[in-house]
Write a protein that binds this ligand. Structure first.
Ligand SMILES: Cc1cc2nc3c(=O)[nH]c(=O)nc-3n(C[C@H](O)[C@H](O)[C@H](O)COP(=O)(O)OP(=O)(O)OC[C@H]3O[C@@H](n4cnc5c(N)ncnc54)[C@H](O)[C@@H]3O)c2cc1C
Length: 432
């Protein structure tokens, strides 16, 4: 047995690791429950399968076809978004939706129906998925799309890897003429600024996101930097090379995450914007993937690991549930470096268990300080529950099963589509 990890480095589990390197190979004969595992960029236990088997999909990394005229690409499910960008963007094609790291596999992106900074315009990742093949434990292979085997298609999107193994997928990419993004960064003094800027940018900007200072209190709740951007419309050289990344070699000591260091970091980050507003152009790599510049940055949280709390709640005015959540976090003094706020659009989610839905989403990291951290998150759950919101399974290691059931009303329909040979630590935790 090995000890695979998720991005938050918790919980600690063991599993048998079984590489699946060929999409045409038969479904492996395994006694215990299985779960596909991509690049392990999920934070909690949805990509883990304690005492079971993980099917490692990264070896399924072949291209099947790429039509440079139409931007339709077909690849094995272990191909990463980074690899797609390296192949397609120099030819003028880009991912229509991308999460905040490019080191995720196509299979992982589908299984969580991931979202990006353009949810208000483009919806989630599924919108660019034309079809995929699903290999089930009974050796059946099913091509799933919106018109063929549609119920399995919608169950597998955001299906948490439980409906079978995606072996390959076909995606529709979008055109770009430059690798640059025209970016504006605007200082926010409170939450009202965030909502005003989000409303103002809703039609004019494809990408919007805000970094907020989770320690700000009182009238300053929601202060930070609003970032918005569009792909540059002036054609320029599309070739690029990623800079060498820095790496965190070891788990960081616990003092690094004390409130004082977080305060200093937040103050320095805030100084990035000179004055009230700054505009310019930026390569898509730092714009979409600032965290990818540092390998293993999750080690900054030390060996106890960390939780990411990501919720979506209805907006409900400018002082609705999100204000209450931010207020509680600030008063707890437990906020960490990264806090991201974004308004989701009202596109109908395509997966039975898709997380992204109309409302405001907050994603914030909390170093694992044991019961104190869990208590705070339980309190935040209360606000999310009252507001009729949801937590994101891809980021979760501790949500309450009742909250899961309430926030995902299509759960029963989904459960019928689960492959009986599949399970995960997350799924068992939701059913105890
Ligand atoms: C820095 C960072 C930023 C992030 N930003 C965002 C963001 O902006 N938006 C967002 O939505 N998410 C974000 N995430 C989360 C991440 O995008 C998702 O967790 C993604 O699903 C991880 O993909 P993976 O390949 O690492 O899959 P894993 O984490 O290994 O697995 C994720 C799920 O996919 C399933 N799976 C993997 N491969 C297959 C397959 N071939 N067939 C069937 N199921 C499969 C697994 O069983 C599991 O349920 C971020 C994560 C990090 C670390």
């Amino acid at each position: 047995m090995s000890t695979p990890t998720s991005w938050g480095n918790l919980p600690h589990t063991t599993a048998t690791l079984l590489p699946v390197n060929r999409r045409k190979a038969a479904f492996p004969a395994v006694e215990d429950k299985v779960l596909p595992y991509g690049l392990g960029r999920s934070y909690g236990d949805s990509c883990l399968n304690d005492k079971g088997t993980l099917l490692l999909t990264r070896g399924m990394d072949r291209w099947i076809s790429f039509d440079e005229e139409t931007g339709i690409i077909c690849c094995e499910a272990g191909v990463s978004l980074d690899e797609i960008l390296r192949l397609a963007s120099p030819k003028g094609w880009f991912l229509p939706v991308t999460p905040g790291t490019r080191f995720v596999t196509v299979g992982g992106a589908i299984a969580n129906d991931v979202h990006g900074k353009n949810h208000h315009k483009a919806g989630s990742f599924s919108t660019c998925v034309l079809d995929f093949e699903l290999l089930r434990s009974d050796q059946s292979r099913t091509l799933c799309s919106r018109s063929k085997n549609a119920s399995l298609f919608h169950a597998t999107i955001a299906g948490l890897g439980l409906t079978g193994l995606i072996t390959f997928a076909t995606l529709q990419l979008r055109r770009i003429v430059s690798p640059m993004i025209e970016v504006e960064q605007i200082r926010m003094h409170h939450l009202n600024d965030f909502f005003r800027l989000a409303d103002e940018s809703n039609h004019s900007h494809e990408y919007t996101v805000a970094w907020i200072d989770g320690l700000a209190r009182g009238e300053s709740v929601g202060s930070g930097i609003f970032i918005r951007g569009n792909h540059a419309s002036e054609a320029s050289d599309l070739s690029w090379k990623a800079k060498k990344t820095a790496a965190i070699p070891l788990n960081a000591p616990s003092w690094l995450l004390q409130k004082q260091s977080v305060k200093i970091f937040n103050a320095l980050y805030s100084k990035k914007v000179k004055g009230e507003r700054q505009a310019g152009s930026e390569h898509f790599l730092p714009f979409f993937y600032p965290l990818d510049a540092v390998d293993n940055w999750n080690r900054l949280y030390g060996k106890r690991g960390f939780y990411q709390y990501q919720c979506v709640v209805p907006r409900d005015g400018n002082r609705g549930p999100i204000h209450e959540i931010l207020d509680r976090i600030a008063n707890s003094g437990q906020a960490s470096f990264l806090a991201v706020l974004k308004v989701f659009g009202d596109q109908k989610p395509e997966g039975l268990l898709s997380f992204a839905r109309a409302g405001v989403t907050l994603a914030m990291d909390f170093p694992n300080r044991g019961p104190k951290t869990l208590k705070l998150m339980n309190e935040l759950d209360e606000v999310v529950r009252q507001a009729g919101g949801a937590l994101y399974p891809a980021k979760d290691a501790r949500m309450n099963p009742e909250d899961f059931k309430m926030a995902y009303p299509a759960l029963n329909t989904f459960t019928e589509k689960i492959d009986p040979a599949f399970s995960s630590s997350f799924w068992r935790r939701m059913h105890t």
